[in-house]
Design a protein around this ligand. Structure first.
Ligand code: SF4
Length: 588
């Protein structure tokens, strides 16, 4: 095997067989995002629906995983049930390191198991075990049972599982990774569900050699990276209060989506601030494997058993995105209530952001009389925790026609019941930044429809000249830099430390000097490959929309300017078309 080729474990679920193959070239595909897109190009069926048994579900890591801190993400590549196009989702936890120690750069699931199974992948074992008895179990029960069924040996073990939402094929079912992390957005949980895979266990039970011939060089570089990670303000920023620290400033800037984006600021948002969560609920921090930062904040949820004088204590992770979506967006303006709703969403295996935004739309639609009590079954009203908990159960279990529709996305439901103008959807349910036109343009069109595709929410806050050409140029360049990082599977919180010079040193140290010298070209090529793949699976950026509600937003900078928003979107669409053009038709 060439050192530059990836080692890929392919599991054929329908045949109960597996094979280990070499694939691609690290100097070209880099890993992570690039590798996943290349594997989809090889194994995916662009013209077939997402639920076709032969569509692959891909997990890919990068060439620096295991060697340097915060190279801790795994990229999932799949055809999404949300829009039936190629999609990516990223998760931390222990998975990346477990894959590295198991000896695989990527895992590809193909076919569909005859009955529900748990798939176990290690360096010396690849097996599927019956998991029929677990079908219907929520994420917590599935996790408990799988931990016992696959006892931890030596090394790292990572457990992925789906909840009821993945089984009922919600368009935004997630894959839970090691309890506190997720492949959250765009429905990868249902891709596992449609393949009859309830859980995946990766045992990192092998060894890995230290890179290079001179271990002193590697040791010195590792220490330098580690020191940079822990000595900078990044450590305190993400460790102490973490991303929830953004609630108060965004509220002050009139940029926090509240009650289905009918407001962008409310004095009551103080009850959801990072400071409030930290003071009242935080019990510990957790971390992805190999990360000294530990940005995962775990809160204590104290719940009384119904009609009893007994309590149960549960540990629930929270961050800015879940506080916005399951707090302010649905009008739950106190930390304990938001945490309780997060717990319910976790149990059902739903993406937190899409769920909160979908419930917010349903609440307004119910208030406006577009939905009946018979359809929603519970009194959906902003701030009504109990009704939302019941509704989340209904969403996970696709209880009736309405919840089945809502589980396919807010815009899907709005198309049937009305209320498209106030469905807060930008490609998928919005992220928690009502910062302005650049962000709305970015999320509505960007590759993952994610707030992490580009730094547009920061751009809105820093640039007031409303120059569409500059905004588009920023987004395209920023995306390219992020593609390099997500192909190397770096945690994006480390982007201030992993500058190109440092990345080049790291790549040269692990024996990839050609990639180190050619990072810009490689990341541009992967940016193009991703867009090519997305367009080939049916993305038509011209058909994307920004619903009216976004134009009604007022931030600290004033009202939205529709002409500027449109100009940024048109400029970005043009570039996406150019980036995604087949190589032979591209105009340099
Ligand atoms: S900073 Fe947070 S998300 Fe990033 S690797 Fe560390 S624990 Fe994981």
């Amino acid at each position: 095997m060439s050192d530059a080729a990836f080692r890929v474990c392919i599991i054929h679920l329908h045949r109960g067989k597996s094979e280990i193959v070499t694939f691609g070239d690290k100097n070209k595909h880099i890993g992570g995002s690039g590798l996943a897109a290349a594997l989809f190009e090889q194994f995916g069926l662009p013209g077939e629906p997402w639920s076709h048994p032969d569509q692959p579900l891909i997990f890919a890591i990068g060439c620096l995983t295991g060697y340097f801190p915060l190279m801790s993400k795994t990229v999932a590549g799949f055809k999404s049930p949300y829009h039936d196009q190629y999609a990516e989702s990223h998760a931390g936890g222990r998975l990346a390191l477990a894959m590295r120690f198991a000896g695989y750069d990527a895992i590809v699931l193909r076919g569909r198991a005859r009955l529900p199974v748990a798939v176990h992948i290690g360096s010396r074992i690849i097996e599927t075990k019956d998991a029929n008895y677990l079908w219907g179990a929520n994420v917590f029960t599935a996790g408990r049972v799988i931990r016992r069924a696959f006892p931890s040996g030596s090394g790292h073990r990572s457990i992925l599982r789906i909840g009821p939402a993945g089984e009922t094929l919600s368009a935004y079912a997630c894959i839970n990774v090691d309890t506190f992390r997720h492949f959250g957005r765009l429905g990868s949980g249902s891709v596992m569900g449609v393949k009859n895979v309830k859980a995946i266990v990766v045992s990192g039970d092998g060894d890995m050699e230290l890179p290079g011939t001179d271990s002193k060089v590697y040791g010195k570089l590792f220490k330098k990276v580690y020191k940079d990670m822990t000595a900078t303000e990044m450590m305190s920023k993400y460790h102490d209060l973490g991303t929830p620290v953004n609630i108060a400033p965004l509220n002050a800037l009139k940029s926090l989506p509240i009650r289905n984006l009918q407001q962008t600021s409310d004095p009551d948002a103080e009850g959801l601030s990072g400071e409030k969560f930290g003071a009242d609920l935080l019990i510990r921090n957790a971390a992805c494997s190999g990360c000294p930062v530990g940005c995962i904040h775990v809160g204590m949820l104290r719940e009384q058993f119904q009609d009893e004088h007994r309590f149960q204590i549960r540990q629930v992770s929270y961050d800015f995105e879940t506080i916005f979506s399951l707090g302010s967006m649905v009008g739950l303006m106190d930390a304990s209530s938001a945490l309780a709703l997060m717990d319910e969403v976790e149990k059902q295996g739903l993406d937190a952001m899409s769920t909160g935004v979908a419930l917010a739309w349903a609440t307004e639609a119910f208030q406006k009389g577009l939905l009946s009590m018979e359809q929603v079954e519970y009194d959906l009203a902003f701030g009504n925790l109990q009704a939302y908990k019941e509704a989340v159960w209904c969403l996970g279990h696709a209880k009736n026609e309405f919840y089945r529709d809502l589980a396919q996305g807010s815009m899907h439901a709005a198309g049937k019941y009305g209320g498209e103008d106030f469905a807060c959807v930008l490609g998928q349910e919005m992220a928690g930044y009502a910062t302005g036109e650049t962000f709305f343009a970015s999320q509505s069109l960007s590759f993952r429809h994610s707030h992490l595709d580009t730094g547009a929410y920061g751009y809105d806050q820093k640039h007031h000249d409303k120059n569409p050409d500059k905004a588009v140029a920023f987004m395209v360049e920023d995306e390219r830099e992020r593609v390099l990082l997500t192909s190397l599977v770096a945690c994006l919180f480390a982007r201030g430390v992993y500058k190109k010079e440092l990345l080049a040193e790291c790549l040269a140290c692990v024996g990839l000097p050609d990639l180190a010298a050619n990072m810009d070209q490689a990341s541009e090529d992967m940016q193009r490959l991703r867009w090519r793949t997305r367009l080939a699976t049916g993305f038509e950026p011209e058909k994307s929309r920004v619903p009216k509600r976004f134009l009604e937003v007022e931030t600290w900078a004033g009202n939205m300017e529709p002409a500027y928003l449109d100009a940024v979107r048109q400029g970005y669409i043009k570039v996406i078309r150019e980036l995604g053009a087949p190589a032979e038709t591209r105009q340099e």
